[in-house]
Design a protein around this ligand. Structure first.
Ligand SMILES: [Zn+2]
Length: 146
């Protein structure tokens, strides 16, 4: 992660910046992902660009669950949604990894879409797209001493 005060690269989970000595609060070290174009309580310092995370799933997995619906009348709904959720989060995690590589500490306007890659492959692609940004709390303490 980057120090919110000087931008120096510091190890994840560090409590103080090794360069400027700023105290790194849990809020400052947290990576935020929101669907909105802004983050309440924070201002956007820098827009780093679009990031996308992709995760493919074979249709077979879903086909199996769908077959389950028909015979069990809803008994498999939670298993199906949890597989969908897992795929969604995997796509988001990959987008997050790219954002971190760009030096971002947040993704705004994230959106997850599914698309069918083709009839022959039977692959469903989950893609998470958002804007990688660096944000800082609106009320940054001016005091240099922790
Ligand atoms: Zn610093």
């Amino acid at each position: 992660m980057n120090c919110p005060r000087c931008g120096n690269m510091v190890p994840d989970g560090a409590s103080f910046c090794t360069k400027c000595g700023a105290q790194l609060t849990p809020a400052a070290t947290q990576f935020l992902i929101v669907t909105t174009p802004t983050v309440a309580g924070y201002r956007i310092k820098k827009v780093l660009g679009l990031v996308t995370g992709l995760t493919p799933r074979t249709r077979g997995i879903f086909g199996k669950f769908i077959a389950g619906f028909e015979s069990m009348a809803g008994g498999e709904v939670t298993a199906f949604t949890s597989e969908m959720e897992k795929a969604r989060w995997e796509a988001i995690e990959r987008a997050k990894a790219r954002a971190i590589a760009l030096g971002a500490n947040a993704i705004i306007g994230i959106d997850v879409e599914t698309s069918d890659l083709g009839l022959q492959n039977g692959i469903v692609l989950f893609s998470a797209t958002g804007t990688a940004v660096t944000i800082e709390p609106e009320n940054v303490s001016e005091s240099a001493t922790p």
